[in-house]
Ligand binder design. Structure first.
Ligand code: SAH
Ligand code: SF4
Ligand code: F3S
Length: 450
């Protein structure tokens, strides 16, 4: 009875937190860290019950920021109706716009940059006292390695582990090195501990995350652990748990890493390898530090060592000075590789980047849009072709749950990260089943358990 009373009292005293996450997977992982940092005082709730709403924001393209600005106006209206509601802004936009945001956005009580989340309890308290509270300091060392993230929005099977933060690459179009600061790797034992906790809790699909995971490096007592070494250690924890990673930079996709992926069945045959643009001229201006020829050679090596590997990419259309010939080279590279999927964007100028300072954003909007449409249409064809090539093949599929469209069907994922829909038979969530592919669209595979 007394225990019940204590528990009731604890829950009763807990305030309610709602987090809205924008941008990349790193932000999803960070929101889980934030939920953990605030877990002494707050439990995760629905927005309508929240005492505190946090927006974890993204600055990578202008339209991402515009969407968040719009959301802030909506939340401002909510705040007027709900006394005591606090609103905080986290993430890359906090870092990019800093104090200016607090002045411009009446709804905001405080802002915290990506390396300041440990300070959140203090910032919230300061803001409660009516002070303007912000901390956007970037750190050279913060990796939140001792914090066990609260997996509050989970299917119970898939989880992210952040293994490094920041980026040193300074691609000329990109804001990330400015919003996330310098690259730093996380202590390996803390990564393995986090993976072990996930495994004990039944998770079966772990993605190692960073802006540039394959440049992971940890030096201890003169012994260097690189990304290939780290992913091997994670894969060895349990043969029943799949390991993925994102994102890789082409410059660091070494033979050693490709061979490690091939060597372990539970390291997924899936590499996301953004190429951004097909012409050497554009790649140089983007400061990507590789050529078209180098990229294509890496693809050949991946295909030789891991023949069943799915390869996906990111593409930017209409970067500064992009000619029709440059654009054609992007389309030609896409065809040559035959990507399984792609994330495709129109170039968006970011203040403070090298491109904004040194190059004119001179591709007219309608040309950018037309080129992007051509890229998307081609990728649609390539994705369909890639899926059609799977018809008749068998795959090991991790069952993730019931299909949204049909009660009689489950959906799951192959090692190649493709979604498969199939009749349930006796399968349950979290099982590995063998599925033969019988049909497909450009987005999904359909099959049956064999
Ligand atoms: N670190 C990862 C990706 C980070 S951002 C990498 O290097 O691959 C995700 C994607 O957003 C990038 O790959 C790029 O395609 C796109 N992107 C980044 N800055 C952009 C900009 N200014 N305009 C349009 N797309 C951009
Ligand atoms: Fe941005 Fe380039 Fe770093 Fe990726 S590698 S986050 S695109 S600067
Ligand atoms: Fe966006 Fe920041 Fe990620 S700018 S893409 S949330 S690192």
């Amino acid at each position: 009875m007394q225990r019940f009373f204590i528990l009731f009292n604890q829950i009763y005293r807990m305030k309610k937190l709602y987090i809205e996450t924008y941008g990349c997977q790193m932000n999803v992982a960070d929101s889980e860290v934030v939920a953990s940092i605030l877990s002494e005082d707050y439990t995760i709730s629905e927005i309508k019950e929240a005492d505190l709403i946090l927006l974890n924001t993204c600055s990578v393209r202008d339209n991402a920021e515009l969407r968040i600005r719009k959301r802030l106006r909506e939340l401002g209206a909510l705040k007027k109706r709900k006394l005591g509601l606090q609103i905080g802004l986290l993430g890359c936009m906090a870092e990019r716009i800093k104090e200016k945001l607090l002045k411009e956005e009446a709804a905001l009580d405080f802002i915290a940059g990506p390396d300041a989340y440990r300070e959140l309890p203090q910032l919230i308290e300061e803001a409660s006292g009516g002070q303007i509270a912000f901390n956007v300091e970037l750190s050279k060392t913060e990796t939140y390695d001792d914090i066990d993230p609260v997996r509050y929005d989970t299917n119970g099977l898939s989880a992210f582990i952040s293994i490094m933060r920041g980026c040193n690459n300074f691609c000329s179009y990109c804001v990330v090195p400015y919003t996330r600061g310098r690259e730093r790797s996380r202590e390996p034992q803390s990564i393995l501990n986090e993976a072990n906790i996930l495994i004990e809790n039944g998770f079966k699909d772990i993605t190692l995350l960073g802006q540039n995971v394959n440049s992971y490096q940890w030096n201890e007592d003169g012994i260097l652990l690189n990304f290939a070494g780290l992913i091997e250690k994670v894969a060895l924890l349990s043969p029943l748990v799949r390991v993925r990673f994102a994102t890789s930079h082409p410059k660091d996709i070494s033979d050693e890493l490709i061979e490690t992926i091939a060597q372990y069945d539970n390291i997924c045959s899936y590499i996301h390898l953004p190429f951004q643009a097909g012409s050497n001229n554009m790649l140089k201006k983007m400061n990507r530090s590789y050529t078209r020829e180098y990229y294509l050679e890496r693809i050949k090596t991946i295909r030789r060592i891991i023949p069943d590997c799915a390869i996906t990419t990111d593409i930017i259309a209409g970067f500064c000075g992009e000619t029709e010939t440059d654009h054609q080279e992007t389309l030609a590279l896409m065809k040559e590789v035959g990507f399984d999927a792609a994330y495709m964007f129109k170039y968006s100028v970011r203040e403070g980047t090298m491109a904004q300072k040194h190059f004119a954003d001179d591709v007219p909007e309608e040309v950018k849009s037309r080129r992007l449409e051509e890229i998307i249409a081609l990728q649609q064809e390539l994705s369909l072709r890639s899926n059609k090539a799977d018809i008749g093949k068998e795959f090991e599929v991790l069952v993730e749950g019931a299909s949204k469209r049909s009660k009689e069907h489950h959906f799951g994922r192959t090692s190649q990260n493709k979604v498969v829909i199939f009749p349930k038979m006796n399968s349950g969530k979290g099982d590995y089943v063998r599925v033969k592919i019988t049909d497909c669209t450009a987005a999904t595979l359909k099959g049956k358990i064999i």
